[in-house]
Design a protein. Structure first.
Length: 422
């Protein structure tokens, strides 16, 4: 079989079922698929025979990589003279479709920071990507990066074409010299710099917007790109820069600092909340303050009286709070606290000679003007429901119970004796 022929429906190793063609890469054909044992979707790449050796070496070098931002490889099978690389199915799109007119600064810095962290993890395991092109980077719907195609041969035409878009006089000579060197950590950093350059640049102003932009088109930085971000890109690309970045970990740190600085310069929103929500919050705040004042504020004036009523919010209960009306409303009472337990115990003594309206809820006599009409009525009802005499105590109840038991016993005894005599 060849790549031109369709492999849809092919079953690999009695496990992986190939579906429709997903797309065509530079050297492989990509298929949708299904893992028939684990019941999960997969992606299978059909690699032609001339690239099988390079793919096998790359798979062996990257077999230990397990990172959320790196596409996982499940298996590699040879069938019909083709190498099928089975990988996890990622619902994402390649970065190249977003590079026409660039990306926003915050998004560009975030994506490259994720990419730098994934590269730092790979570099820590002595793995160099070597072919970090836009088609090797997948972006999902949550703007998360997924890196693919580790340790494959570099796509030299891509790097030359993008290098020619840089605004540098000796760009061609310098990039040719760099591409001749073997791939290393610094080459991955330069590849990230090229990606960031494409995200933050755009074709010249005279380029028609309806024409397809080729990668070789000369590009310029957008006006919204700050000088510090431009300097960061040159630190990635130019090894002669006095502050050049040569490892992914340093690049991730620099991108994080630049991302924080860019967010701090963002203009604040004119209205953080909708007008209706702000009006509703003002109403709630107004009602809350009114309720607080009504609860612990100054004594209220009863209609038709010259004295203010004194309830639970009176100056007698609030202590020093009544002495300083303009002071804070959260002072603690110095005597007779408001939240004193008010339990009605059966053994509590009370003054029966006191009139109902002269007792408060704790059974203490109060003055005539210290109880409101509704409070006096409720207290009077509670007093009237009390029994006039104290209830029977425990000893009396026990004695009566014993007496009834003895009487019942004697009656039963004599009744049995009378039946026996007859």
């Amino acid at each position: 079989m060849t790549l031109e022929q369709s492999h849809s429906g092919l079953l690999l190793a009695d496990r992986f079922q190939l579906g429709d063609v997903m797309g065509h890469g530079g050297i492989s054909t990509i298929y949708h698929g299904q893992d028939t044992i684990l019941k999960r979707p997969i992606v299978a790449k059909a690699v032609p025979p001339e690239y099988i050796a390079a793919y096998r070496q790359a798979l062996q070098e990257t077999s230990e990589l397990t990172h959320p931002a790196i596409v996982a490889t499940y298996d590699a099978l040879v069938q019909d003279a083709l190498l099928f690389v089975v990988q996890e199915a990622v619902s994402a799109r390649s970065l190249d479709i977003y590079l026409g007119n660039g990306l926003p600064i915050a998004r560009s810095l975030d994506l490259t920071m994720q990419l730098a962290r994934a590269l730092a993890y790979a570099h820590a395991h002595n793995v160099i990507h070597g072919d970090l092109t836009p088609v090797a980077i997948l972006i999902d719907r949550r703007a998360r990066v997924h890196v693919n195609n580790f340790a494959l041969p570099a796509n030299t035409p891509y790097f030359l074409a993008v290098g020619n878009t840089l605004p540098d006089d000796d760009k061609e000579r310098s990039w040719v010299d760099l591409l001749r060197a073997p791939p290393d950590k610094a080459s991955d950093v330069r590849a990230v710099g090229l990606l960031l350059w494409q995200m933050l640049s755009a074709p010249p102003a005279g380029t028609p917007s309806d024409t397809e932009v080729e990668v070789s088109t000369n590009r310029v930085f957008r006006d919204d790109v700050s000088e510090s971000v431009r300097e960061l890109i040159w630190r990635c690309l130019d090894p002669r820069h006095p502050r050049s970045i040569k490892d992914a970990e340093s690049l991730a740190l620099a991108l994080e600092m630049e991302n924080v600085a860019a967010r701090s310069h963002d203009a604040p929103h004119s209205e953080l909340t909708p007008p209706a929500l702000r009006a509703a919050r003002e109403i709630v705040a107004h009602r809350a303050s009114w309720s607080t004042e009504d609860t612990i504020g100054a004594p209220r004036q009863r209609p038709g009286t010259s004295k203010p009523s004194r309830g639970r919010g009176s100056d007698r209960n609030l202590g020093s709070l009544a002495e300083d009306p303009g002071g804070p409303r959260t002072k603690v009472a110095t005597e007779d606290p408001i939240f004193q337990p008010r339990l009605r115990l059966p053994s509590r003594p009370y003054d029966a000679s006191a009139s109902p309206h002269q007792l408060d809820t704790t059974g203490r006599p109060v003055a005539e003007d210290e109880t409101e009409p509704d409070a006096r009525a409720s207290l009077a009802v509670g007093i009237r429901r009390r029994p006039e005499a104290a209830g029977v105590d425990t000893r009396t109840a026990l004695a009566l119970g014993m007496a009834l038991f003895v009487i019942a016993f004697l009656i039963g005894y004599f009744f049995v004796a009378m039946l026996g005599s007859h």
